[in-house]
Design a protein around this ligand. Sequence first.
Ligand code: UDP
Length: 202
Amino acid sequence: SRRVKLFGVEIDALRMPEVVSEIWRQIDSPDSTAQYVVTPNVDHAVLLQEDPGLQSAYAEARWVLADGWPVVWASRFLRQPLPERVAGSDLVPNLFASASEEKKLSVFLLGAAPGVAQRAAAQIEQRWPNVTVCGTYSPPLGFEHDEAENERIIEMINAAAPQLLVIGLGAPKQELWIARHHSKLKIKAAVCAGATIDFLAG
Ligand code: UDP
């Protein structure tokens, strides 16, 4: 699909329904590599300039989507228009809503404060009966530097074997984490989703 270069970031010119169907195509494919979504907003542009690790996390992402309207406005101003905003916090509920009796969706929630992800899990399963939350985990502060903890998290996710991983660790932690570990994960797709788990907890 078409990509637009803004603030040094290549962003996919896709609408929400197109993204949802592309993610389903990935979920249904035999592809064993986990593909992930990042959703830049204007303050990521600043982080990106200063962080080569984040730049490569972005470069490896299968989908790069405009999180906020300012990114879309900038694209229009620069005459390389993006069709709309596709925020992680909208994408995740849209994916859940696209699950059906024929196409059930299993999800693992990584991130948010202890208790919050469990509350989100209960809300999700009540609101979208075709979605199963097969695991949740809130890693402790500083976990990303603890190799044994990272191994445990990967094992936990792989044992739960979700199709989709929702990562709510905030930027740039979530992008750096998935870039570093996606090749070890037995999942189909992941979304770096900021505070979405908090929103879903209600
Ligand atoms: N968070 C986390 N572990 C961390 C840092 C943040 O689980 O080490 C969670 C935090 O509880 C919140 C989410 O990350 O649920 C996103 O936070 P924020 O709104 O700051 O992220 P942004 O939307 O700006 O990316």
